[in-house]
Ligand binder design. Structure first.
Ligand SMILES: Nc1ncnc2c1ncn2[C@@H]1O[C@H](COP(=O)(O)OP(=O)(O)OP(=O)(O)O)[C@@H](O)[C@H]1O
Length: 341
């Protein structure tokens, strides 16, 4: 297999090498030994749960490819965001254009009574961001999607559209079909499940019965829509779907809800990193050793997605169950954020 691929590719470029497992690195080296360029950032290694071993992989690459070029200039972020990212353990980056940033570039910290108050404030803030600049990209990021529930609900109630990165992406043909038939589906009545069944039927009738891959895509999209119908109307649920694009396509303007892992490699004009509480970030399953260090890297990945402005939030209390309202402890990294904001 390696010989076959060697004949196909004259050079090999590998990005995000910190996410490779030793086995994957072995495959790359078998194909591209002596003609591979690797790019990566140890401070963004957040896939150890999937087998990535950044230290071993960087050591093996250094042993095999002795020319090393440091990339220490940021073309993405404003000086305050770069400074904050360095505070979280990343290599300090020099801003390429320090004088080109407006006065609104800053890092803010916000503390709320609970997630309902946080959601209300975020809805107002995002509304302002999008009103100030309709082409602006806004990313609301959390370590886990569960932490985003109240915000998604508040956005639905406020009628603010967003793309939900938790949902599977929709191939353009299916997205187009779903949007085209939505008005007819909504006309069948007020029952959301009936609307969705009608929508699926209408879309299915437009596809050749033997086009199994596209019919499968339609089923997956409708299943994902069905999962969210309990919390939001069909129209809004569909608006939250993300079109399927290549991973390096630019993020479209508007609001995006995503996790740190989903946000790898992306960027947003304004970034809101929510849930700076113990148990949320760091995640309750990763409380010590290397697992805890990796949580800090997840925080760094989220923070470094922002271009102009970055806002961190935490809450002081949370409803653990419908009858249990309990205090939350600030994330162990809150003081780092306070120091540099
Ligand atoms: N030489 C350059 N001149 C102008 N803009 C640049 C240059 N290089 C990169 N950029 C811009 O800077 C931003 C970040 O670049 P890129 O996504 O390649 O960085 P990265 O190192 O892969 O970031 P990360 O690994 O944190 O996702 C992008 O908006 C990109 O278009």
């Amino acid at each position: 297999m390696a010989r076959l691929y060697r004949e196909h590719f004259a050079v090999v470029l590998v990005d995000e090498v910190q996410d490779l497992s030793p086995l994957q690195l072995g495959m790359v080296q078998a194909i591209g030994a002596g003609r591979t360029t690797y790019a990566g950032d140890p401070a963004q290694g957040i896939y150890s749960f999937a087998g990535a071993r950044p230290s071993a992989v960087f050591a093996a690459i250094r042993a095999a490819a002795p020319t090393e070029v440091g990339l220490d200039v940021s073309y993405r972020s404003s000086p305050p965001v770069n400074q904050l990212a360095a505070e979280l353990g990343a290599t300090p980056l020099r801003c390429a254009t320090p004088d080109n940033w407006a006065d609104d570039c800053r890092v803010d910290l916000r503390v709320f009574e609970d997630t309902a108050a946080e959601a209300e404030a975020l809805v107002a803030a995002v509304r302002r961001d999008l009103a100030d600049d309709a082409n602006c990209t806004v990313g609301v990021m959390a370590r886990n999607f569960r932490r985003m529930t109240d915000i998604a609900r508040a956005l639905d109630l406020a009628g603010i559209d967003y793309q939900d990165w938790y949902q599977p992406t929709v191939v353009p043909q299916i997205a187009e079909l779903l949007h085209r038939h939505l008005p007819e589906a909504l006309a069948v009545g007020a029952d959301r499940a009936e609307q969705l069944a009608a929508l699926e039927r209408l879309c299915r009738s437009q596809l050749p019965p033997d086009d199994a891959p596209t019919l499968d895509e339609l089923s997956i999209a409708c299943e994902a829509l069905s999962d969210r119908l309990a919390t939001s109307p069909l129209q809004q649920t569909l608006a939250a779907f993300r079109p399927h694009t290549t991973s390096n396509a630019p993020v479209p303007p508007g609001l995006h809800l995503l996790t740190g892992h989903a946000g790898k490699g992306q960027e947003f004009d304004v970034g809101y990193v929510i849930g700076l509480e113990e148990g949320s970030i760091p995640d309750f399953r990763s409380t010590k050793g290397e697992a805890l260090t990796e949580e800090l890297r997840v925080l760094h990945v989220m923070a470094s997605r922002a271009r102009r402005r970055l806002v961190f939030t935490r809450v002081e209390n949370r409803w653990r169950t419908p009858r249990w309202y309990a205090a939350e402890r600030p994330s162990c990294w809150w003081h780092l954020l306070e120091r540099s904001s």
